[in-house]
Design a protein around this ligand. Structure first.
Ligand code: FE2
Length: 327
């Protein structure tokens, strides 16, 4: 299954946690035949090739396949303002580029349009919330090459942080890191600016692999530090809010990808309230944002749900106003 040396696996196990990496590796090995994971999702339609073939055939027969493909490159840049009550002054106006569900080897233009868009944007930090590969199984070489090219074109002073999704294998971590992303495998990092700090934590995929470990990801968090959590899917919302996460960034749902007019999704693949499956949401004191994704999975087509590149702008709460966010 793997081209990685035993030493690299041992290093990844120390970082991620023995139990989590074991769960992930067992499922990766079983994966081609596995339709049911150990995570929050129950049925994984993206793994049912007959289902995606059916959708592809319907689009072809109805003459809509070409339009769906063109739509898959019609990116929308979402500007999302997030007001956080305890944000340090140094981070007021801090911009985060959020890319999710890139599925880079599925792009009909090899990612050229996405790269060109990303190059035109200005941001302080970049986060990638998983799903770099088109398929959930098979080889990942094309994906790694595509991600290397994309990452080469992401420039920001505070770095690139990434997590894995349900389409990714742990074997992709070294190439992502070599290309400049720091993958958070139930790990965390401190972002420092003018002597002040933000805490960023990332969990492994909770949807299919169930290899997330939130407690481990949040360990060593300094008291009262504004906390951003990266999770592939929104499905850890309750646990995260209980653990005093301030901002929860995720993807996975693609916002439905193929939607009815009004962006009404047919399928979202996530065990969470419908309100959390696209865009801004709130749960108790926590603000969340679910990206509609930059790429496509299953079938390269989008309808009524443009591919998304997101710029989050952090704002310090004005004590005279209530907290919240929005576009
Ligand atoms: Fe995805």
């Amino acid at each position: 299954m793997s081209s990685l040396s035993q030493n690299i696996f041992l290093e990844l196990a120390v970082r991620m946690g023995q139990e989590s990496i074991s769960r992930r590796l067992i499922l990766q090995i079983d994966h081609s035949a596995t339709l049911y994971g150990k995570g929050y999702g129950h049925v994984h339609l993206e793994n049912l090739e007959s289902f995606t073939r059916f959708v592809g055939t319907v689009l072809k027969l109805s003459g809509m396949a070409e339009r769906g493909k063109n739509n898959s490159l019609a990116f929308r840049t979402e500007e999302h303002a997030i007001t956080l009550p305890e944000l340090p002054d140094a981070f007021d106006g801090f911009k985060i580029l959020h890319l999710s569900d890139i599925h880079i080897d599925g792009f009909i233009d090899n990612g050229v349009a996405l790269i060109s868009l990303v190059k035109s944007l200005k941001y302080d930090l970049c986060v990638l919330t998983g799903d770099y590969r088109f398929l959930t199984h098979n080889t990942y070489e094309d994906c790694s090459l595509g991600m290397e090219l994309l990452l080469e074109n992401i420039h920001c002073p505070h770095g690139i942080y990434a997590i894995l999704g349900n389409h990714d294998f742990i074997e992709q971590v070294p190439s992502l890191e070599k290309a400049g992303a720091q993958v958070l495998l139930n790990e965390n990092a401190l972002i420092e600016k003018e002597g002040e700090q933000l805490f960023i934590a990332g969990v492994d995929d909770p949807h299919f692999y169930g290899s997330h470990d939130l407690e481990r990801a949040l360990q060593s968090r300094p008291d009262k530090t504004t906390t951003i959590l990266l999770s592939h899917s929104p499905e850890l919302f309750a646990e995260a809010a209980k653990s005093e996460v301030d901002l929860y960034l995720c993807g996975h749902t693609h916002g439905g990808q193929i939607c009815l007019p009004g962006e009404v999704p047919l399928i979202t693949h996530a065990a969470c309230p419908r309100s959390m499956t696209a865009g801004h949401w709130e749960y108790n004191q926590m603000i969340g944002y679910t990206s509609r994704g930059a790429g496509c999975s299953g079938v390269t087509a989008r309808f009524n749900c443009p591919p998304e590149v997101t710029i989050h702008t952090l704002r310090k709460a004005n004590p005279e106003h209530s907290t919240g966010g929005g576009a």
